[in-house]
Each structure stands twice: as structure tokens, then as C-alpha cells.
Write a new protein. Structure first.
Length: 156
């Protein structure tokens, strides 16, 4: 029950409350000055879809270059979100059926599933930490020192 309520909560938040707009490079929401407000937050949907920039071509039939540009700007449409949620629901049901059956029928299977999940958690945590430590902060540092780096390059 908890999983289904979480599924529908995210679904409602993304569609009705504007969660799909938050990470966009150019948001639909405008500030007091009439300009789009800056991107805020990241969602699992945007992060996952960013790893598959060709999905705009698959789901919407866009040319690959436009699909990649949409992914870079986090500008996804509701169709893409609905397709993502359908695939997510199908894979969740399949994994519940397969892993659940394995855990119920065998103690060794249950231990194997737990070990597998621990290794996945370690891998994904390390991957996220590496992203924070190298790419995200590196981009921020370059942004902060951009003018000084440009001046230094001109002097050389």
C-alpha cells in the first residue's frame, strides 16, 4: 500500500503541482520581472531520462539532435513522463513477482537478493558521490572563476 501511495503522490506532484517544470533550464514559471525563474531541484525522472537522451526520438519521434537538446535542458513533455511512469510500474510489478517469489521460496534466494540489493546501493551511492565530488562542484568552481580563467588565458 505504501508503494502505491508513493507512486500516485509523485505522479500527482509531477503533473498537477509542477514538479516536471522544476529542473528545466528554461522554466514555464515566470518571476515578478516576467522572466523564467531559474531551475530548481532535480527529480529522479529528469535524472534518469537525462541518461537516455534518445528517448525523445523513441517516444515522440523527434530527430536525435532535438531529443539530445531537450535532455540537456531537462525539457520533457507530459507524454514522456507518462511513458516513464508506465515502464516504471511494469518493471516494479515484474521485480516484485520475481524477487518476491525467490525470497519466499528459498532462504538462499532471499540472502542472494539482499546481497544483490546491498551491492546496488553501494554502487549507486558511490556513483552519486563521484558526481558530486567531481562534476557538480567542478562546474560550480569553473562558473565562479570563469572571468579569471579567461583573463589568464588571454595573458598566455
Amino acid at each position: 500500500m505504501c508503494t502505491s501511495s508513493g507512486f500516485f503522490s509523485i505522479f500527482f506532484w509531477m503533473l498537477a503541482l509542477g514538479g516536471i517544470d522544476l529542473p528545466r533550464a528554461v522554466r514555464h514559471k515566470k518571476g515578478r520581472d516576467g522572466l523564467p525563474v531559474p531551475a530548481k531541484y532535480d527529480t529522479v525522472f529528469h535524472n534518469t531520462m537525462g541518461g537516455f537522451p534518445f528517448m525523445g526520438k523513441v517516444i515522440l519521434g523527434l530527430p536525435l539532435d532535438k531529443s539530445i537538446m531537450k535532455a540537456k535542458g531537462n525539457h520533457y513533455e507530459v507524454k514522456e513522463f507518462l511513458m516513464y511512469m508506465c515502464v516504471h510500474l511494469i518493471l516494479a510489478v515484474i521485480s516484485l513477482l520475481t524477487f518476491g517469489k525467490l525470497c519466499v521460496e528459498s532462504k538462499k534466494g532471499s540472502i542472494g537478493v539482499l546481497i544483490f540489493l546491498v551491492f546496488i546501493a553501494i554502487y549507486r551511492g558511490a556513483k552519486r558521490y563521484t558526481y558530486y565530488a567531481t562534476q557538480m562542484y567542478g562546474k560550480q568552481i569553473i562558473k565562479e572563476f570563469k572571468t579569471e580563467l579567461e583573463q589568464q588565458a588571454k595573458m598566455e
